[in-house]
Design a protein around this ligand. Sequence first.
Ligand code: ATP
Ligand code: MG
Length: 306
Amino acid sequence: MTTETTTPTTTTVLDASGVTMRFGGLTAVRNVDLTVNSGEIVGLIGPNGAGKTTFFNCLTGLYIPTEGKVSYKGTVLPPKPHLVTKAGIARTFQNIRLFSNMTVLENVLVGRHTRTKEGLWSALLRLPGYHKAEDSSRERAMELLEFIGLQDKADHLARNLPYGDQRKLEIARALASDPGLLLLDEPTAGMNPQETRVTEELIFAIRDQGIAVLVIEHDMRFIFNLCDRVACLVQGEKLVEGTPGDVQADERVVAAYLGTPFEGAPGAEEVAEVEAAEAHAGTPSTTTPAKDTTPDTTSTDEEGTR
Ligand SMILES: Nc1ncnc2c1ncn2[C@@H]1O[C@H](COP(=O)(O)OP(=O)(O)OP(=O)(O)O)[C@@H](O)[C@H]1O
Ligand SMILES: [Mg+2]
């Protein structure tokens, strides 16, 4: 008798290679390689302005990368948002983008437009075809609302939801396109610790449904608890990639993002000079090498409208 052992096969879901994005003289993302495999939750961290959202915009076709290519399950993606979504990549935005005057359920239904033959405009204008598509999609949308715990608020206007619920609704809307890869840009920004824990569980559950996840976040406890792998961007470049343990302990990451400088780290020399001068003058140092790591929940920065 032969015994067969089946080992789960890991496939590369996302393969971004040599991605560079320049805006005039500014290189926001420089030659970044990143893969996400099936079954993985990968974290993307880095100081404010490091290029994390710009990288997401390159992955999702909102920006056409100056250089590099993005493949999803072995196929190079055209840099067009609707084709990227159709291929199987969905995302949420750093600054919540819901249709505030539509209901919670309608927002999820709009997210299904790539999986129905009715288009986005049909959904937004509520044309007759949309109502038919709505009938067939409603069940799936309600399932998703149940999954994120908002089923009792299906008829509420999105704008009336508490902030944490709006972030969850964005996730449900993204899931409505039946993605194989979900990109989350600061999903817990502005959340209290309890809401953050619930979101963490939600992301594990999404992964368990076979959807790979790439997540940007400034909350390091959340990232290191959640992710299988973490990559750190600094000034547009991938500084380090590894397990949460490796990245947490990496002196370059500590110096550039998490705190405390070390010799040779970016900015460490200047900090050392200032500290030495202040020590000489007898004043305490107020300088820190790490850039602001506070989530920018009020940010109105450009996320890729073209
Ligand atoms: N459309 C654009 N035109 C010009 N510069 C841009 C554009 N989008 C982003 N940038 C610049 O690219 C750099 C990276 O910005 P990005 O928003 O990607 O950073 P981030 O890592 O997401 O930061 P945060 O943590 O604050 O969200 C910044 O200097 C930003 O000003
Ligand atoms: Mg950002």
